[in-house]
Design a protein around this ligand. Structure first.
Ligand SMILES: [Zn+2]
Length: 258
């Protein structure tokens, strides 16, 4: 299995530019995406993203979409068989519509939250244009598995060898991370559970980031509990490499080693 690290959307909120870190997995003849960033329909019509695009200050470029980067790598976008989402936010789900034949996987709780779109925060984050009714969206109930003490882990190894969906609630109701075994140890895409892996370590927290996370969080208490567990993981498990969705520095470093 080969892993590509893509930036599928540039954000420029106050405090510095951010990326949308997407994983593209080559599994035999198939491709699997972990998150999608923004899609080509978002680039054509940014109104799909609603008012939050002004807060995130999205810089939409066709060449940053997953579909354009998959083509640039010489692959057929129709080879994308599955998309695994950390959550359903606009900056993670925008590209789904570029892959109409793909199966979409997320936690059952997140799928329910997207369907309900309860309250103003969920109306802003889950965009109806990104979530038309489609039969191939699979909401996975909590699994029996455990991974480094995290519970409810869902085994998705039918999609890619060893792939796990690891519940990391708080940012959204059913937010999850995606863990992958690699030659050098585990890779955990922790989505928006933290600003960056460095921010999880002692002294790494930045007050402005905490404020923004709090405003966007579905459940601040659950987010803090998730972050404490990720801090323990980052501290104790050297063989686990944690990356987050929007940390530009870690995307650039990972990309350099891609
Ligand atoms: Zn995000």
């Amino acid at each position: 299995m080969r892993i590509h690290h893509l930036n599928c959307g540039t954000l420029r909120p106050p405090g510095g530019a951010m990326v949308c870190h997407v994983l593209l997995l080559e599994v035999d003849e198939r491709l699997v995406l972990v998150d999608t960033g923004f899609g080509s329909a978002d680039v054509r019509d940014p109104r799909r993203l609603g008012p939050l695009r002004h807060v995130l200050r999205t810089a939409l470029r066709h060449e940053e979409t997953a579909i354009a980067q998959i083509r640039a790598l010489g692959h057929d976008p129709a080879a994308v068989s599955d998309i695994v989402l950390t959550h359903g936010d606009l900056d993670h789900a925008g590209g789904i519509s570029d892959f109409p034949a793909a199966h979409v996987h997320l936690t059952a709780e997140e799928r329910l939250a997207i369907r309900r779109r309860r309250g103003p925060r969920e109306a802003l984050r889950y965009r109806p244009a990104h979530w038309p009714p489609r039969a191939d969206v699979h909401g996975h109930a909590p699994g029996e598995g455990r991974w480094y003490g995290f519970e409810g882990v869902v085994d998705l190894s039918q999609l890619a060898p060893g792939l796990l969906l690891v519940p990391l609630p708080g940012h959204t109701a059913g937010h999850a991370g995606v863990a992958l075994p690699t030659e050098g140890g585990w890779l955990l895409h922790a989505g928006d559970a933290a600003h960056s892996a460095a921010s999880l370590l002692p002294g790494g927290a930045r007050p402005g980031v905490h404020l923004r996370q709090g405003l966007l969080a579905h459940d601040t208490g659950a987010l803090r509990r998730t972050q404490r567990r990720l801090t323990a993981l980052a501290t104790d498990a050297q063989e686990v490499r944690i990356l987050t969705a929007h940390d530009r520095g870690s995307w650039e470093r990972t990309r350099a080693g891609d």
